[in-house]
Design a protein around this ligand. Structure first.
Ligand SMILES: [Zn+2]
Length: 144
C-alpha cells in the first residue's frame, strides 16, 4: 500500500506546532517527512513530500540541497508574502517535478489531485522552469 511504502522509506513524523498544524510539511533527508497531526494520513500531501524524497534519491544530496531545497524554500517563503499574491508555490520546478516523480512511482494513480499537486504547469510562470544547468534532469522526468 502506498502509505506504508511512504512510511517505510521516508518516515513520517508529526510535529504539531505552528505552520505544521495548518498544513505545512517538509521533507528533510535523513529525518523524513514532517507534517502536522491532522495531516499524517493525508495521502495527497504525503505523496507530494515523498516526491521530494525521490528527488533526493535520484539527483543526490548536492543537487538536492544546493538547488531543490533552496528554491523550494524561497518559493514557499515568497508565496506567503502579500506582495506576491500572484505567485503559486505549486508551479515551482521543485514542486511539480516532485509530483511527477511520485505520481510515476505510485503507478500513475487516477485519484492524483492535479489541482493541488499539478503534474504540468505553465512553464512561463515565475520559477516554473528548471534552472539552465539542471535542464538535463528535466528531460529525464516521466512524461505525462
Ligand atoms: Zn513540496
Amino acid at each position: 500500500m502506498e502509505l506504508d511504502d511512504i512510511f517505510q522509506k521516508a518516515r513520517v513524523h508529526v510535529f504539531n506546532i505552528g505552520k505544521f498544524k495548518r498544513g505545512a510539511s517538509v521533507f528533510i533527508p535523513g529525518i523524513g517527512i514532517i507534517v502536522g497531526k491532522s495531516f499524517k494520513a493525508d495521502k495527497n500531501l504525503l505523496r507530494h513530500e515523498f516526491g521530494h524524497y525521490l528527488q533526493f534519491k535520484k539527483w543526490g544530496a548536492w543537487k538536492f540541497f544546493r538547488h531543490v531545497a533552496k528554491d523550494s524554500f524561497l518559493s514557499c517563503w515568497r508565496s506567503q508574502r502579500k506582495k506576491y499574491v500572484w505567485y503559486r508555490h505549486c508551479d515551482t520546478w521543485t514542486e511539480w517535478s516532485a509530483n511527477l516523480l511520485a505520481w510515476d512511482y505510485f503507478g500513475r494513480p487516477d485519484d492524483w489531485n492535479t489541482c493541488v499537486y499539478p503534474l504540468k504547469v505553465n512553464k512561463t510562470r515565475h520559477g516554473a522552469s528548471f534552472p539552465a544547468k539542471l535542464k538535463h534532469l528535466e528531460e529525464e522526468l516521466p512524461k505525462v
